[in-house]
Design a protein. Sequence first.
Length: 291
Amino acid sequence: TILHPLCVKYPPSAKYRRCFLTELIKKLESTAAEPLDELYEALADVLKEEESTHCYKNYLLPSGDCVSLSESTALISGGTTGLVTWEAALLLAHWALHNPSLFRDRTILELGSGIGFTGIAICKTCQPRTFIFSDCHPRVLRQLRENIRLNGFIPEPDVTWSFQTESQGQEVEGENCQNPKVIVAELDWGSVTENQLLGLRADMVIAADVVYDPEIILALIGMLQKLSTCRADREAPEVFIASTIRNPDTHQLFQAELDKVGIRWQIIPAQSSCNFLYDVQPDVTILQLFI
């Protein structure tokens, strides 16, 4: 069970520093001493920090490890919803942690990684060979890299799309599954090419909460079609997409568009033991796609 969240705190020690500086200034003023200007400036900086739009959350994993994330305090920030952890990401991670053999020693591509909860949880517990986080929003990518480092992983230097393709005889692979190779890629579903996807050599593709807007469904399905045709002599990757069904019509549209292009799908049975500590369990499902 993934506890959501273990604790929430605003930027580390901000409250403590505010209290300390306030009391120190009061003490100096009570003795008729003139507080240093630097103390007032430091207090002003701390007050600004406490008004930050971000907080830190720790999520406890069944292994006893935890995932620490810097998240937005607003559901929509900077024109994107990708700066918070959504329910489907929790469910997908929960399912992955109960099926580690599916991820062990494999190259995983995550679409729409957001701030990284699912991928970081998998990297910490499922021993993938390589994990490729991807998103397209610059601010999300910056926060994603920060969270990856916050959890002890060092992402590869920015490579954009300089991955070596299969035809050049190189693979994006890690050397030690205990310490997976971590890559962050700026990936636009509409503009990425089949050759670029081929260079990733992904064994598995996962995504959480990417089916929420009818306007992006066709781009997502186009991306899946590229993945199905760029495999060369390799088997097509396994694909798992977790979704929170907020609007049944949107989810049904996604399934209808999959049927239209000939992508078969099946629902992965939910695990009854999953508990996100919500008052009301959201309607979350995982689809396995056969591309």
